[in-house]
Design a protein around this ligand. Structure first.
Ligand code: 1CP
Length: 340
């Protein structure tokens, strides 16, 4: 069975031998070949150069023979076209020179909803698709809430405080902002699907700062609207959000990325048997030893009783991870055989 066939079976809930494996941030700074290629270049230069983006996307596939590639890009790329002065600074992260301060700014927001804004992304996907026909290819975008938090706070947020203050003070402008971002995300995903990705994942990295009622009121409507327009398999990964799973279940995704705040077994009890789960090895283990990695992973895989499951980490891999530990993780998952 090829990796693509494995993924197709998993989404259909067919019996399979082992789970497919990929992991969040698999193309990135823990890889010496990424660091070598990145030297002297800005993030923008790498993402917008299809040859480089393709090479970076394929680096973890070549090294570990993973089942899926995720296109080297970022949830924040729409901000480049929106002229918000985005810079992704090495060691610091994303900084926006022009965050949204006044509610009236929401009316004037530029909407990059055509492929003309992302020619590099389309080209990179087409090239990767051609190079690895037997692998699963993942496209992605941020959720309207996480993107709104970057637009309002101008950087990675520690608590989404400014975003929530904005939402309470200007409820109409906030709803309009999330709705506009939903249009942007929808087109960003459709562009990737047209270019050849097999599945999409929505990252809601800062969802964990919201209560279930805030999430239901502010985020669920735009999120549901996006997912309705997508007809390839779709996973939502909301970090720090096990308390939101009962709400997230209503958005009609095919699967849920599970972080370290809940066990797979408990997550399964919430989402039910018909949904796929993805996760949730703690990336901290990848800075220990191969035997601890294997022990941690065995604990997780032993809980899997339903073929609708994809192996992944509970959050993005850390830059200090050991290649030896990552290799052990991949080999252990690929060597695993289900007993059901
Ligand atoms: O391999 C992959 O996973 C593909 C590429 C990818 C993805 C899926 C990158 C490349 N970024 C992302 C998603 C992303 N970007 C998220 C959601 C995932 C998550 O919650 O971890 C977020 C919040 C961002 C925003 C962003 N871009 C940050 C801040 C993260 C934070 O926690 O504050 C940073 C540091 C970036 C830059 C970036 N994007 C990607 C890479 C490899 C890098 C680092 C660039 C470098 O310094 O070399």
């Amino acid at each position: 069975m090829t990796s693509r066939e494995l993924f197709i079976s998993v989404f259909k809930g067919k019996d399979i031998e082992r789970p497919p494996i990929w992991f969040m941030r698999q193309a990135g700074r823990y890889l010496p070949e990424y660091m070598a290629l990145r030297k002297g270049k800005t993030f923008e230069q790498m993402v917008m150069n299809p040859e480089l983006a393709v090479e970076i996307t394929l680096q973890p596939i070549i090294r570990f023979d993973l089942d899926a590639a995720i296109i080297f890009s970022d949830i924040l790329i729409p901000f480049y076209s929106m002229k918000r002065g985005l810079e992704i600074k090495s060691g610091i992260g994303p900084i926006l020179q022009y965050p949204i301060v006044h509610p009236e700014e929401v009316d004037d927001l530029y909407l990059p909803i055509s492929g003309k804004n992302f020619p590099y992304l389309i080209e990179s996907i087409k090239m990767v698709r051609e190079k690895i026909p037997d692998k699963w290819l993942i496209g992605f975008a941020g959720s309207p809430f996480t993107l709104a938090s970057y637009l309002i706070e101008g950087k990675s947020t520690r608590n989404a405080l400014a975003t929530k203050v904005f939402a309470y003070r200007y409820p109409d402008a906030f709803a309009k902002l999330l709705d506009k971002l939903a249009s942007i995300v929808t087109s960003q995903l459709l562009i990737q699907i047209n270019a050849g990705v097999d599945m999409i994942q929505i990252f809601d990295s800062w969802a964990g700062f919201l209560s279930p009622s805030q999430y239901s009121e502010w985020v669920l409507p735009p999120l549901t609207k996006i997912l309705k327009k997508i007809d390839v398999p779709k996973i939502i990964y909301a970090r720090g959000s096990s308390h939101l799973l009962p709400v997230l279940k209503k958005c009609n995704a095919d699967g849920y990325g599970i972080d370290g705040t809940i066990s797979l077994q408990d997550a399964r009890a919430i989402v039910g048997d018909g949904k796929l789960l993805q996760g949730n090895l703690d990336p901290a283990l990848l800075q220990t030893s191969p035997s601890l990695v294997r022990a941690g992973l065995t604990k997780i895989l032993a809980q899997v009783q339903n073929p609708r499951y994809i192996f992944n980490l509970s959050q993005g891999i850390d830059r200090n991870s050991s290649i030896e530990c990552v290799t052990e993780m991949v080999n252990a998952v690929k060597g695993w055989r289900y007993s059901f």
